[in-house]
Design a protein around this ligand. Sequence first.
Ligand code: 5AD
Ligand code: SF4
Length: 470
Amino acid sequence: MHIPSLKEAKVRSKKLVNISEYILNQNLKELGLGKKYYIRTYGCQMNEHDSENIKALLESMSFKETDEMEKADIVLLNTCAIRENAHNKVFGFLGRVKHLKDENPNLITCICGCMVQEESVALEIMNKYKWVDIVFGTHNIHELPDILNRLIKKQERQIEVYSIEGDIVEKNPYKRDSQYKAWVNIMYGCDKFCTYCIVPYTRGKQRSRKKEYILNEIKELMKDGYKEVTLLGQNVNAYGKDLYDDYDMSNLLEDTALTGIERVRFVTSHPWDFNDKMISIIKKYPNIMPYIHLPLQSGSDRILKLMGRRYTKEEYLKLFNKLKEALPYSSITTDIIVGFPGETEKDFNDTLDVVNTCKFDSAFTFIFSPREGTPASKMEDNVTKEEKEARLETLNQLVNKYSKQANMNYLNKVVPVLIEGYSDKDDNKLMGYTDTMKLVNVKGDESSIGKIVNVKITDVKTWSMDGEII
Ligand code: 5AD
Ligand code: SF4
């Protein structure tokens, strides 16, 4: 049994990170024969991608996926810790899982992901949710086959959450959600320690993957017909800093573009590490998509300092303007937190000011949520909940106005769209994303799925557009 410790998770050891390659224990190949699994994923792209890994591990043991939880022999919740409401959703859903477990004691129940990396959550599940059979963390996903095997063989509850990251595991299998676009991890963890953020505790220290492994994975994806890769990390612009002296994110982006894959994306950028070389590489290669997610978090210098973001409003605007100048066609989106401890009306107005200046293509907006163990959770907070909600509402209205305005520029224009499949909302329509990451719905048939087609935009809304394939 391993329970994570917050104190240990904070530590950044200088220890060299080893690389190991994943190999399935051949004795476990039929462990799940005739059995089904159901997985529910909360949170960010990193978690979505981890679930693709978990699915492949289960399928390598002959489990089959079901999207009906009631029919499953094993139920897994891959959880998120970023804000309190992510927690609440998981604990809410656990009630439903408990109900199924009461009806069928043979059901295997499993919780994994960022939430269980929190010491208090791991302890709570251990002590109060005794019917949960397996708990594993973000650092040992590759151990799932062995953990499952031990549970089944020994009939003993398995709680295996490590505080500290281990090796980088290569050659992970993935059952990818899409046949056309793929996530590719380029690094794990984060060392930025923004004061509000739990990620450096739940995902460990920054560890970049070796470029050879990344580029080989992309070449394999191309052989399998993939059109688009998204290079994934908490802080991708810091790629390589922990591994190379002379190879950084701009080099990796360039090498990725040179593989010839049709579309290259990357998330998430931190303004601090966004250098001029990066901008010129994005400009140079047409297969690097003109889309940048550049979290602002706040427009107030005072709050940015308290957040530990390491840039000022002025510096953010300078970078934003540089990007827009070099890449006028690009879309830029952002993340903003309102109601950080002690945020005054003036601080909030500074945020609105940046939004009015940058007119983001879209923004993800959040109310500050104190995360246990982070410095910001201990800061004095005298802003009322009502005030925070009112600020969020004001911000959202402004953000939505600019999203619609940005989309209006697309009306009657022809843009390239990678058609991914049928629209969730309307079976008669196909959906896909433009190079600039705008969601587009179009009329069409199966023959366009998986292709990058030219679409004339006929109508725009705040969050999507309609168009016709031409
Ligand atoms: N409270 C509210 N929002 C947060 N984010 C990260 N931590 C918190 C928190 N404690 C937001 C940031 C980040 C995005 C992924 O989630 O805006 O960029
Ligand atoms: Fe969290 Fe900051 Fe790291 Fe992003 S850069 S994951 S906000 S600590």
